[in-house]
Design a protein around this ligand. Structure first.
Ligand SMILES: Cc1cc2nc3c(=O)[nH]c(=O)nc-3n(C[C@H](O)[C@H](O)[C@H](O)COP(=O)(O)OP(=O)(O)OC[C@H]3O[C@@H](n4cnc5c(N)ncnc54)[C@H](O)[C@@H]3O)c2cc1C
Length: 318
């Protein structure tokens, strides 16, 4: 029997989508040997979170009520104590900024191997077989870890768990050594671009280098307004300082899964596609019919964005 402990994630009072996806990943792993799936819900409004996370496939939810937001030292202490108490074979965490902060620390504290950014997990006896992408998604590697291990899972790779579950919910009495808590979250300061989270958007209007100069960005914003959509971009736009970093889609930006992704003047480099290939419907506007984005687009508009975008804005904003 292989039990799995999956750590959920929230920010500013909201559960992150990956918290539901990690249930699916954890359930699949636990199912391979008939083990249990335990969820850890740490900090914030834990009872409310536990209720929302009580979905099909979860066997037990362990809440640790301590502070409001993510804190490295609190998470590290709580998870290592949960591990000692539950003795799971595997610990799963999101491959998020937070997950990448504490996963190596708990692996180190527990003397376990860690594999990050996994997109597939299965077992073969006592071996965990983790799939990862390399070279911007050009190749996949399989990584074998013997015995117990920590794995971080990439967002939007597993479907969100659905259906109401009947997991037990228990408050776990973690003994947090306050002297070892070296930082506190005093608040959030919004960076340029406001509080936009492109990974939560239903429709994204995404702009690339084909836009040529910063003065043309309003063209894209007007289309986004007309569609009630959110503006995102490829990396060069952010590197040029034309849009803030929180708008960047891709390997070194955010992974997005909107219903509709409109790629405007974006070539479709592997590093970009890694962040948006999970979109339901992809529309590409590009003057180059051979641009890689055209191969993955459901609708490819082979034309000049400076003609197409104003026409679309007029049509939808009309
Ligand atoms: C380690 C690493 C990480 C990276 N991470 C990311 C990442 O997270 N996100 C990301 O996006 N990139 C990332 N990159 C960069 C990536 O390799 C590409 O350079 C980048 O995605 C290209 O952006 P683009 O498509 O906007 O520009 P380009 O590749 O220059 O493409 C511009 C496109 O616009 C089209 N075009 C030009 N004029 C018009 C017009 N008038 N109308 C319509 N179409 C037009 C062109 O035909 C072309 O296809 C990363 C690279 C590395 C090495």
């Amino acid at each position: 029997m292989t039990d799995v402990l999956a750590v959920t994630e929230h920010r500013r009072g909201e559960l992150r989508d990956v918290s539901y996806e990690i249930i699916t990943a954890g359930r699949q792993l636990a199912d391979e040997t008939g083990g249990d799936l335990h969820l850890a819900v740490i900090s914030g409004t834990v009872d409310d979170f536990a209720e929302k996370l009580n979905r099909e496939g979860v066997d037990a939810i362990h809440t640790v009520s301590h502070g409001e937001e993510f804190n490295h030292d609190v998470y590290t202490q709580a998870i290592t104590q949960l591990y000692d108490d539950l003795a799971p074979q595997y610990i799963l965490t999101p491959n998020s900024v937070n997950g990448l902060d504490y996963a190596p620390a708990i692996a180190n504290a527990l003397d376990l191997p860690v594999v990050t950014d996994t997109i597939g997990l299965e077992t073969d006896g006592e071996t965990l077989i983790a799939t990862r992408e390399m070279y911007g998604g050009k190749v996949e590697t399989t990584n074998e870890l013997e015995g117990a291990a920590v794995a971080t899972i990439r967002g939007a790779e597993w479907p969100a768990a659905e259906g109401t579950g009947d997991a037990s919910v228990e408050a776990f009495d973690a003994e947090i050594d306050e002297d070892a808590v070296g930082s506190t979250v005093n608040g959030f300061e919004e960076v340029g671009g406001g509080d936009v989270d492109i990974s939560e958007a239903d429709v994204l209007v995404s702009v690339g280098r084909g836009i040529e100069e910063e003065e043309n960005i309003p063209l894209i914003e007007e289309l986004a307004d007309a569609l009630d959509a959110t503006v995102s971009s490829s990396r060069p736009i952010v590197d040029n300082g034309w849009l803030p970093k929180n708008r960047q889609v891709g390997q070194s930006g955010k992974v997005v899964t909107p219903d509709v992704y409109i790629a405007i003047g974006i070539s479709g480099a592997v590093q970009h596609v890694a962040g948006m290939k999970g979109s339901d419907t992809i529309v590409a506007i590009n003057t180059d019919p051979n641009a890689p984005i055209m191969d993955i687009a459901d609708y490819a508009i082979h034309d000049d964005l400076f003609d197409v975008v104003p026409a679309l804005t007029e049509e939808f904003g009309g």
